[in-house]
Design a protein around this ligand. Sequence first.
Ligand code: CA
Length: 425
Amino acid sequence: MPGSRPFRLVSAGVVFLGLLALAGCAGTNTHAHGPEPRMAMKPPPINANDQRFADWLTGFRLDATKAGITGSTFDRAMRGIAPDEDVVAADQNQPEFVKPVWEYLRGALSDKRVARGKALLAENSELLDRIEKAYGVDRNVVVAIWGLESNFGDHMGTQSVVRSLATLGFEGRRPDFGRTQLIAALKIIQAGDITPEDMLGSWAGAMGQTQFIPTTYLAHAIDFDGDGRRDIWHSTADTLASTAHYLQVSGWQADGHWGFEVRMPKHFDYALADMSLTKTVAEWRKLGLKRADGRAFPAAVEVEKASLLLPAGYKGPAFLVLNNFRSILVYNASTSYALAVSLLADRFRGQGEITGKWPYDERPLTRSEREELQSLLTAKGYDHGKADGIIGYNTRKAIRSYQQSVGLPPDGYPTESLLERMRAN
Ligand code: CA
């Protein structure tokens, strides 16, 4: 989901999906379509005629009016809207189990998706020429995002965005998000880009083939086919140009690399594998990092800032990620997602095979195990904030300190064996 960015920087986007996925995979963060399938959970039933919702709607109408929404737009979009209990359930569900990053990547980089992406690149080559010229963003990356966000337009979500956002504004864990996004959605409807009925998306308000949330749409969507409407639901031109434009404003550098799979030397300091730490490629090279394919780093990237990403800890593959990888993280703050986009784009070029081995015997910790790990860290005096089951920056830092104290490679990666060791002493 574009714009999800739990902890960092400026984002037009969704945050709470981010937090869920955070728990999930290797990354600092998360994803809606990513590694984190939600499980159904039955919430208490909501009475559609609930007076509370009617009162909420009255208050919200005032806010919408202040934001420039006319009475007729409001009535047209909100007529007959009642809270959606499936949205409440999805919003409250904190999944216990997560997919390992290698399983997520296997699905994201399936042969079928690679083949379809290649066919669509060929089919839309003239359009992609123009988009590349206008925004300076690599077509392979644009098409890879299209493939991961909506499976090239197949899965845009079937829920009414207005209803989902009204539900989140009324009863969501983050009601301000729902209200802000709903006002943005009403602005889009008022501008005539889409009707309320056709404004379909995910339960969290991610819309169309780009899965933009309404504020991201308002700020970055593009009418590239020139019909006067920004239509990320039906127009391939608008969809691909909107994605390219969003990457461009997120700092994409034309002709830049996303990064490289790398190998570390023996006795490497794994505490350096931290997305919040950057060094130039030349500095990493001096620390003994080499490209996994044995080739030299291109001279152009020597001065570029890069971070070392270990999606599955020190036992798994390693990647040196550059500026363009961070631009993909603006689109969706999950490092697993950004890696999937990068590798899928490489696969379209006939590259992108990983040579490092995944630690298949290390299953990801469940949510309860992550909470237990956090409680054990606290008990041992490693402060990380509250035990919420989310392995964010502070938890990783605390894990590294513990690993260092017992002589383990300080990769900050939570594993079953680490948990067992902490339970034991
Ligand atoms: Ca258009």
